[in-house]
Design a protein around this ligand. Structure first.
Ligand code: SAM
Ligand code: SF4
Length: 520
């Protein structure tokens, strides 16, 4: 915080709601750190807030509709005299641009995901009721971030945001003892259906020292699970000695693109590869008991990464590696850059090295030109790979993407619905079998919360039940399977929440494992 910033200190209450992916969850946490340091308070009560911020997602139309319906409600409240500042953050702002302010005059400002360091000034101006041109009420990158390979000033601001993350006990990551740590921003892949490269800009990698130092501070504050995040997290690579500040400190740098991975060899000079980064975090911050990473891209996933996972006991044997489709024709139209055979080769390599690895994915059904035969091929892929779960989406055409401008959205909505239901049933059967294989085994579970099942039973919900005895809690295994168990009558739920315990699996279903606490 600069001395000028401290003059923004205020006592306004902010309600912040987050939509979408892990990137947005982390961005929201960093925004909260940044604004709390300036004196803003955060509230869970939207009706009592002075400021409402929505951190938006633009990946599917449904996600946008949700935000815009909330914006509509606030428009009615403002027209009835409620004094309120409404700000939109995130990908929808980048995708829609200033048109959003014209169409929804109740929105006071927009802040794209690459401009979050400018949020305090936007918020201050809006709170002071300064009348401004639309352009001055928006901080957006447009396609600036792709114009050159030179890192924009905005990236320094974003790095500052990461570096100024709060490690205070009241921050969500510290409370949950589980944190996301960004290693890469943006994406260079240009899958034809996807808005992310346009909304989040080019791939930028953070220096390893900054990542390790953040992990160490989180661990010192009590975090035991860290998930390293990036859109194509396994693309991480950092060339040393290239991006240096005036003081000689390494800075984030624009990714090298596909060339760095030609023939599986990194052609750059002194480099920290993703595998090396994993090993360094594992070895240098041993207090992190579970180290994960998402989301992996099926191509460019070298054996060195699998070896690091195999060799380092605290790296979870879990991969989230979206296949998107089981048809080569569809994958080609999606511009995914791999075939079904290559995807399965990758899975075979991973399983040969770690037979117990747990694999999750994403699938899009009803993409442009998807035939019944293509769809059957996807269903067959699910059965062959035996994913522990898949996030399955209906294709949603996004303005500004290559698919929307060049390919017809020709699968009828009704067919998309049938296909998604069909695939969910197939996945549910497979998940049930994956879970059933664990019956009778004792597994380590990181206990996260009172289970939603228990919290439904009382007024006051989860917080009240944390202090209760004998309630059901829920957590995740190393392979990211959901596991529930009842805490014994002689201990309160909060005594196990936030720790890793041993649970014997007694019963299983398609969604979860049910067990008995054996040791903690
Ligand atoms: N970078 C990750 C990857 O490539 O695997 C995924 C990031 S994306 C934000 C999350 C998921 O949303 C994708 O894996 C894809 O399945 C889904 N998705 C993205 N664009 C979509 C669209 N236009 N319609 C439906 N689903 C979409
Ligand atoms: Fe989107 Fe493809 Fe990049 Fe994933 S890899 S964020 S799906 S463009």
């Amino acid at each position: 915080m600069t001395p000028e910033d401290s003059q923004y200190e205020c006592c306004q209450h902010i309600y912040l709601e987050t939509f979408g992916c892990q990137m947005n969850e982390l961005d929201s946490e960093l925004v909260q750190s940044q604004l709390s340091a300036l004196g803003y308070a955060f509230s869970d009560d939207r009706d009592a807030a002075d400021v409402v911020l929505f951190n938006t997602c633009s990946v599917r139309q449904q996600a946008e509709n949700k935000v815009l319906s909330r914006v509509g409600e606030l428009g009615i409240e403002k027209s009835q005299g409620r004094s309120l500042v409404v700000g939109l953050l995130g990908c929808l702002c980048e995708r829609e641009g200033l048109g959003l302010l014209r169409r929804h005059p109740q929105i006071d400002f927009l802040c794209g995901p690459g401009e979050l360091d400018k949020l305090p000034i936007l918020l201050r101006n809006a709170s002071q009721g300064e009348s401004q041109l639309a352009a001055d009420r928006a901080a957006l990158q447009g396609n600036r971030s792709r114009r050159s390979t030179v890192l924009g000033r905005a990236e320094d601001g974003l790095e500052t945001l990461d570096r100024e993350r709060s490690f205070e006990a009241d921050s969500q990551a510290i409370r949950n003892r589980s944190a996301y740590v960004r290693i890469t921003r943006g994406c260079n892949k240009f899958c034809t259906y996807c808005v992310v490269p346009a909304t989040r800009g080019a791939e930028v990698h953070r220096p390893p020292e900054a990542i390790i130092s953040e992990c160490r501070s989180l661990a010192d504050a009590g975090v035991i699970e860290v998930t390293l995040i990036g859109q194509t997290v396994n693309h991480y690579t950092y060339t040393h000695g290239v991006a240096l500040s005036a003081e000689g400190k390494e800075l984030p740098q624009v990714g090298p693109g596909g060339r760095a991975f030609e023939n599986g060899v990194n052609h750059a000079g002194s480099v920290t590869s993703f595998a090396e980064l994993l090993r360094r975090v594992h070895d240098e911050v041993p207090a992190i008991e579970r180290l994960r990473f998402v989301t992996s891209y099926p191509r460019d996933f070298g054996d060195d990464i699998l070896e690091a996972m195999r060799d380092c006991e605290r790296i979870c044997r879990y991969l989230h590696v979206p296949a998107q489709s089981g048809s080569n024709a569809v994958l080609a139209r999606m511009n995914r850059g791999y075939s079904v055979e290559e995807y399965e080769d990758f899975v075979a390599r991973a399983r040969a090295m770690m037979p117990d690895i747990s694999i999750a994915g994403d699938i899009i059904v009803g993409f442009c030109g998807e035939t019944e035969e293509d769809f059957r091929a996807t269903s067959d892929l699910l059965r062959r790979v035996r994913f522990k779960n898949n996030f399955i989406f209906r294709y949603s055409p996004r303005p500004g993407t290559a698919a929307m401008s060049r390919l017809a959205d020709d699968v009828p909505e009704e067919t998309k619905k049938q296909r998604i239901n069909n695939l969910l049933a197939v996945q549910s059967e497979i998940s049930g079998e994956v879970h059933a294989a664990l019956k009778g085994q004792t597994v380590s579970v990181f206990v996260q919360r009172v289970s939603p099942q228990s919290s439904k039973m009382v007024d006051g919900g989860i917080d009240l039940l944390r202090h209760s005895r004998g309630v059901q809690v829920s957590g995740r295994t190393e392979g990211d399977l959901i596991c529930v168990f009842d805490v014994p009558q002689d201990i309160a739920a909060e005594q196990v929440i936030g720790s890793i315990v041993e649970v014997e699996i007694m019963d299983t279903g398609p969604l979860l494992l049910r067990g008995v606490l054996r040791s903690w």
